[in-house]
Design a protein around this ligand. Structure first.
Ligand code: FAD
Length: 463
């Protein structure tokens, strides 16, 4: 089959759904959304675990109560999403190591030093941007501060400050593009943790009003689920999209919202090959990995009560089951807790069977809480890195990519436009970044199709 349409959107995550809304509002309704999986939402996805719904992907509405409104917060309010305020700062009261609980007075000097270092790094990042100084890594900035975290307690606080957000360590992450983080400094310092049986992806429903839902939500025939794009042909005249089921879509323009991890893989064949400058930008940017491991116990043995939900485990190995969060507030009486790992630890546990991962976790938990604690009765974690439709969890800005190179990541090739969270210069890595990017890219496509202002000029650089 050959289907002709104005615009093909590839991916029904936050960016793709938003792009469709903006196109519709701009007068383009002849559009098709092609989504590889059987669900809308992409990296916003929940699952059943031990009788409740947990979020395997995005979990927080990050960046609230600042100078600019976070659209996700507004959408969440519109659908009355259930979420709770995150008291991150309290986690330094709840630090454990192989000997068990650490007295807050003992860890206080490390906490204090980490705070001073963090403030210094943010100030240096601000200064580097203002003075247009060449970028350095966050680790380099810490050396300028005069102290690099090295004890288990220092390392776990450090990874909480950086890896817990970026999913990569400070030696990888760009100073200028990560500190201060616009999500905190512009959208606001507050974060909310979503736990709603309908799922975080409910925030997409108000955005998707343009899709006809007379026969139920997500039933508009323009939305094609379980449709895998295999090849994209592009030129300055238009785009042809080939799918696994043999259907071919010919469009005046296309918006590709697949993750940077997918762009780095060979899932989609481009014809002609993507130009060197484009590939170079794609290959230089990072797809980070962040894994939440959910656990169910017969009883609670962790601290409970206000401000206890975040717990840190200080191991000699940086990143070894460092972050813990209980779900007593969200799911009272269910005895649920989860631990988060990132980067190489995520890669490692994605390759391990659940029972082996659980055995390691139980050793850690017994060091923290004593030998008498019961075994977990259930474990669940997603494998985003191994999933060919994602290849990781969210983009992280690495040292070495300037704003100019970043523009090449966003730039169209012919009438093929690129979008998704990795295309939001200020808010990459977040749900709100995906929404901002989807909206911006759709505006560019509208300009192209309606004003013939196609901006398909290839930016400077090697062809
Ligand atoms: P995606 O959601 O990836 O959408 C792209 C779509 O393209 C996918 O549905 C995919 O199936 C589809 N696709 C891929 N290949 C093909 C193909 N060949 N053909 C057709 N379709 C294809 N953000 C926050 O704001 N707060 C958080 O707390 C947070 N935590 C996170 C934790 C995890 C574990 C993960 C995974 C992400 C987290 N994020 C968080 C990031 C946030 O989820 C993403 O930035 C955002 O959802 C990305 O949206 P997107 O539309 O750009 O991409």
């Amino acid at each position: 089959d050959i289907i002709t349409t104005d615009v093909v959107i590839i991916g029904a995550g936050a960016a793709g759904i938003t792009a469709g809304k903006t196109l519709t509002e701009g007068g383009i309704t002849d559009l098709v959304i092609l989504e590889a999986t059987g669900k809308v939402g992409g990296r916003i996805r929940n699952a059943d675990f031990a009788g409740v719904k947990v979020e395997l992907g995005a979990n927080w509405i990050e960046g609230v109560n600042g100078q600019k409104e976070n659209p996700v917060y507004r959408l969440a309010s519109e659908v009355n999403l259930k979420f709770s305020y995150s008291f991150y700062d309290n986690c330094t009261e709840n630090i454990y190591d192989h000997t068990g609980y650490l007295d807050p007075e003992v860890v206080a000097p490390a906490v204090e030093l980490a705070e001073q270092s963090f403030d210094f790094v943010v100030a240096l990042g601000t200064n580097f941007t203002e003075e247009n100084v060449e970028d350095i890594s966050i680790l380099t900035a810490q050396r300028f501060f005069g102290h690099v975290p090295s004890t288990p307690v220092e390392m776990v606080i450090d990874s909480f400050n950086y890896d817990f957000t970026c999913a990569e360590p400070p030696r990888v992450t760009s100073l200028k593009n990560s500190e201060p983080l616009p999500t905190d400094s512009i959208l606001g310092p507050d974060s909310f943790f979503v736990a709603d049986p309908r799922g975080y992806a409910t925030v997409l429903e108000p955005l998707a009003q343009y899709l006809n839902s007379a026969n139920g939500l997500w039933t508009d025939p323009r939305l094609k689920l379980n449709t895998v794009v295999t090849k994209i042909e592009y030129s300055t005249e238009g785009v042809t999209v080939y799918t696994e089921d043999g259907t071919i879509y010919k469009a005046k323009a296309a918006i590709l919202t697949v993750s940077i991890g997918v762009l780095q893989s060979d899932l989609i064949d481009f014809s002609p090959d993507l130009p060197f400058w484009k590939l170079s930008a794609i290959y230089q940017f990072n797809m980070a990995i962040y894994t939440k491991i959910f656990l169910k116990f017969p009883r609670t043995f962790w601290p409970t009560g206000p401000g206890t939900e975040y717990i840190l485990y200080a191991d000699e190995m940086r990143g070894y089951f460092p972050f813990w969060q209980h779900l007593d507030n969200e799911f009272p009486g269910e005895n649920l807790i989860f631990t988060t790992v990132t980067d190489d630890e995520s890669r490692r546990i994605e390759q391990m069977p659940e029972n082996e991962t659980l055995a390691e976790i139980m050793v850690v938990l017994r060091k923290m809480f004593g030998q008498d604690i019961p075994n977990a009765t259930d474990i669940l974690y997603p494998r985003w890195w191994q999933d060919k439709f994602f290849r990781g969890t969210f983009s992280n800005w690495p040292i070495g990519v300037s704003s100019y190179e970043y523009k090449q990541l966003q730039a169209p090739v012919g009438r093929l436009y690129f979008s998704g969270e990795h295309c939001s210069e200020q808010y990459n890595g977040y749900v709100h970044g995906a929404i901002f990017a989807g909206d911006e890219t759709a505006h560019e496509v509208l300009k192209c199709l309606q004003e013939n202002d196609c901006n398909t000029i290839i930016p400077r650089g090697l062809k």
